[in-house]
Design a protein around this ligand. Structure first.
Ligand SMILES: NC(=O)c1ccc[n+]([C@@H]2O[C@H](COP(=O)([O-])OP(=O)(O)OC[C@H]3O[C@@H](n4cnc5c(N)ncnc54)[C@H](O)[C@@H]3O)[C@@H](O)[C@H]2O)c1
Length: 329
């Protein structure tokens, strides 16, 4: 039994590959390296450089490697870019996911784990956000992912596939053993940007809006450590292989930190008091998104191990330093 990881050369997918290897699983990766890096994968992992929407390629890999489960990470992920290029996002994230799901059905793959996002909730009226809230994404990115959730549910009903949709909140940190991390040079993730600023790679950073209805006026988000998230996928895989039903689950810790709080922690852990500029709000940033996070614990028995913002920040800083030392940016 082999697990096919699409987007396995990317940030979260590469941590999933490590988690699978650590658990003794066979792994094959399909990645077009549009934002991922081949060097992040251990040499024993087969990397097929190609498109997850290429059905002949995907079906060939499934049959040759005896794939019984797909963990589907491959996507374009930048919200403002999706506003500027909606059709590119619908093609990559929705149309190609449709092709992938069809290839899975045709080749008889029974288990599918999909990387969805809190962006499917849009600007949630209820915080913490439960999974059964009406879904109203406000960006093409969020809609491109929600359509894939729907396709998956419909295909599962019609074709007997079983799936777990995991809706990630804000993913952060790096492998505690220093084997992987967020490597995209122009990533927009807050902790990554703050870590780069602390290390002098950016002259300053911006905070978009300090007039939100939150305790300190900046936006509040739920940060989940990336190895904890990978472990949630392993629990989902075990659930599906045991014959468990299809599920849709939030992935977060159920507690929020404001942008200003996160920046304070990065300053404290790095020991650098870098410049922060307050800018106007960005359109489409909800004031607060925090997961209602009990369903995944109840249904999968998942428990986080790295629910500690200082530790997450320390991992992000360590990874940033190691990229710098190895000249990988
Ligand atoms: N990073 C977050 O905070 C976050 C939050 C919610 C959801 N997600 C979801 O998690 C998944 C992984 O995100 P990430 O942060 O690791 O991003 P990433 O850009 O680091 O990884 C995406 C990977 O997919 C590959 N890829 C993209 N399109 C492809 C295609 N058509 N065929 C083959 N490979 C392709 C890229 O080369 C890259 O390696 C995405 O589906 C994203 O929507 C991420």
């Amino acid at each position: 039994m082999t697990v096919l990881v699409t987007g396995g050369a990317g940030y979260i997918g590469s941590h999933m590959v490590l988690a699978l290897l650590d658990a003794g699983e066979e792994v094959v990766v399909i990645d077009n390296l549009s934002t991922g890096f081949d060097w992040v994968l251990p040499p024993e992992v087969e990397l097929v450089v190609g498109d997850m929407g290429d059905q002949a390629l995907v079906e060939g890999v499934i049959r040759r490697r005896g794939v019984d489960a797909i963990a589907h990470f491959a996507a374009k992920i930048v919200v403002p870019e999706s506003v500027a290029d909606p059709l590119g996002y619908y093609l990559n994230n929705t149309v190609k996911s449709r092709a992938l799901i069809e290839a899975a059905v045709r080749a008889g793959v029974a288990h599918f784990i999909f990387s969805s996002t809190a962006a499917v909730y849009g600007e949630p009226a209820v915080v913490p956000v439960p999974e059964d809230l009406p879904l109203s994404p406000v960006s093409p990115y969020g809609r491109s992912k929600l359509m894939t959730e729907w396709m998956l549910a419909d295909a599962a009903y019609a074709h007997g596939l079983r799936y777990v949709v995991l809706r990630y909140f804000n993913v952060a940190g790096a492998d505690p053993q220093g084997r992987a991390g967020q490597s995209t040079p122009n990533a927009t993730h807050l902790i990554k940007v703050a870590a780069q600023t602390a290390l002098g790679d950016r002259p300053r950073m911006e905070v978009f809006g300090t007039d939100y209805p939150t305790a300190d006026g900046s936006c509040v988000r739920d940060y989940i450590q990336v190895s904890d998230l990978a472990a949630a996928h392993l629990s989902a895989l075990a659930h599906l292989r045991k014959g468990g039903e299809s599920l849709t689950l939030n992935c977060g810790y159920g507690r929020g930190y404001s942008v200003l709080e996160v920046i304070e922690v990065v300053k404290r852990v790095s020991g650098v008091d870098f410049e922060v500029r307050i800018s106007p709000r960005r359109p489409g940033d909800p004031a607060q998104i925090v997961a209602k996070a009990d369903r995944i614990r109840e249904r999968l028995g998942w428990r986080p191990h790295y629910d500690d913002l200082e530790a997450i920040v320390a991992q992000a800083l360590a990874w940033e330093r190691s990229l710098k030392q190895r000249n990988l940016r």
